[in-house]
Design a protein around this ligand. Structure first.
Ligand code: AMP
Ligand code: MG
Length: 350
C-alpha cells in the first residue's frame, strides 16, 4: 500500500489547473487514488476544494478495503468466507448495496448478478490467472449462482447459500462515484470531475461556463489513449461504460472478456462491444448507471433498447455494436458529437 500512498500525495500536490471564466479565475485542483484496481482522478474547483478532495480520497480507499473481494479482511470477504447459511453482520452500507444489487438483478431478469463470483474465478479474472473452464465445470458452478442464493436479514445481516459468493465489481465504482458526489456537494464544490476508470461523474460544468466534455472510448481502438467514438457534453451527471475491451485474455486465437452471461457462465456474446449509461444527477445515481451498463452489455442491443424504452429507470444510452454501428438514444443526441474518423454508422434511437 505504500506505493499507493506516494501516488496519492503526488496527486494532491500536482495538477492545479487555472481556467478563466469572465472576470474570475477559477482554480481547479486535482487528486488521484489507486483503488478498486483502477487509477482514479478527481478534480474540483470552488468551495472547500482541499477538504473535498482529501475526504473523497479517504472514502475511495475505505470503500476499496470494504468492498474488495480479493482483500481477506474486507467486509465482502468476511461474508464470502462465513459458514453457509450463517447470518453475517455486514453493516448498513454493504447491506444497502447488496439490496440494491438484488433489485437490479430482478429488474434485468438476472442479467446483472453479483453471485457470478465463482464463475469469474473459474475464468481466472479474479486472480489474473486466466484459463478456459469446461462447460461441465461452469454448469456445476452455476448451480450456486442467482439472487435467490442471497438472503437479507434485518437491515444489516446477510447470509449466502452453500457455494455462493458475491463480487461487487460491477457496481462498486458506481457506488463510489455517488459517495464522492455527496462529498463534493457537502463541501460546496462548484465544478468537478470524478473519473473512476470507466465511471465518470461531473458537476457544475467547466469553469469557463461550458459543459464538461467526456470522450467515449472506441472499443476497437482501446489501446489508444484518446480514440473516441464521440464526445458527450454534460454539465451534471454520470456516464458509465462497460465493455469487453476493458478486461480480457486470448487463448488459441479466441478472446474471452470479463462480463459474464449468467445464463451460460461464459463471456457475454451479445453483439455489443460497449455500453455507456448516461444519467443526469448532481448527486447519486452512479450505482444505477454502473449496474445497468453491465446488465445491458449482457442483454444485447434489442433487449437493452427495450429496457430503455420501458422507462423502468431514467437514463440514456450509447451503444457500440460488433457490426460497426454507434447507437445513441434521443435524450442525449443533442449532447453527443460522433467522431466521424472512428468509422461507425451513427444512428439516433427513439
Ligand atoms: P463492469 O466493468 O461494471 O461492467 O463490471 C464488470 C465486472 O463485474 C467483472 O469484472 C466481474 O467482476 C463482474 N461481473 C461480470 N459479469 C457480471 C454480471 N453479469 N453481473 C454482475 N457482475 C458481473
Ligand atoms: Mg458496471
Amino acid at each position: 500500500m505504500r506505493r499507493f500512498g506516494a501516488l496519492l500525495a503526488a496527486g494532491l500536490l500536482a495538477g492545479t489547473l487555472a481556467a478563466c471564466g469572465g472576470t474570475e479565475t477559477q482554480e481547479m485542483e486535482s487528486a488521484q487514488a489507486f483503488a478498486m484496481d483502477t487509477v482514479m482522478v478527481l478534480t474540483a474547483g470552488g468551495g472547500e476544494t482541499g477538504t473535498a478532495l482529501q475526504t473523497a480520497q479517504e472514502e475511495l480507499y475505505r470503500l476499496d478495503r470494504e468492498l474488495s473481494r480479493t482483500r481477506e479482511d474486507s467486509a465482502v470477504s468476511r461474508l464470502n468466507s462465513a459458514p453457509a447459511g450463517t447470518a453475517e453482520d455486514v453493516g448498513e452500507e454493504l447491506y444497502g448495496l447488496i439490496a440494491q444489487a438484488l433489485t437490479f438483478s430482478a429488474a434485468t431478469d438476472g442479467a446483472f448478478d453479483i453471485t457470478l463470483a465463482p464463475v469469474s474465478s473459474a475464468w481466472g479474472f479474479t486472480e489474473d490467472a486466466y484459463r478456459v473452464p469446461g462447460q461441465e465445470e461452469l454448469d456445476a458452478l452455476l448451480t450456486h449462482v442467482g439472487a435467490d442464493h442471497v438472503h437479507l436479514e434485518g437491515g444489516t445481516s446477510v447470509s449466502l447459500d452453500q457455494g455462493t459468493q458475491i463480487d461487487l465489481g460491477a457496481i462498486a465504482k458506481g457506488y463510489a462515484s455517488d459517495v464522492v458526489a455527496s462529498i463534493y456537494q457537502e463541501n460546496g464544490v462548484a465544478h468537478g470531475t470524478v473519473y473512476l476508470g470507466g465511471n465518470t461523474w461531473v458537476c457544475g460544468g467547466n469553469p469557463e461556463g461550458d459543459p464538461w466534455r467526456i470522450g467515449v472510448q472506441d472499443p476497437a481502438r482501446a489501446e489508444e489513449a484518446e480514440a473516441y467514438t464521440g464526445i458527450l457534453r454534460m454539465t451534471d451527471g454520470f456516464a458509465v461504460t462497460s465493455g469487453g475491451y476493458q478486461r480480457y485474455f486470448e487463448e488459441d486465437g479466441v478472446t474471452y472478456h470479463h462480463i459474464i452471461d449468467p445464463a451460460t457462465g461464459r463471456p457475454a456474446e451479445s453483439g455489443l462491444t460497449s455500453v455507456t449509461v448516461v444519467a443526469d444527477g448532481t448527486v447519486g445515481n452512479g450505482t444505477m448507471c454502473d449496474a445497468l451498463s453491465t446488465a445491458l452489455f449482457v442483454m444485447g442491443e434489442e433487449r437493452a433498447l427495450d429496457f430503455w424504452r420501458s422507462g423502468a429507470y431514467y437514463f440514456d444510452l450509447i451503444l457500440v455494436t460488433e457490426d460497426g454501428r454507434l447507437l445513441v438514444t434521443d435524450g442525449i443526441a443533442d449532447q453527443f458529437q460522433p467522431d466521424e474518423t472512428a468509422g461507425y454508422a451513427y444512428e439516433v434511437v427513439s
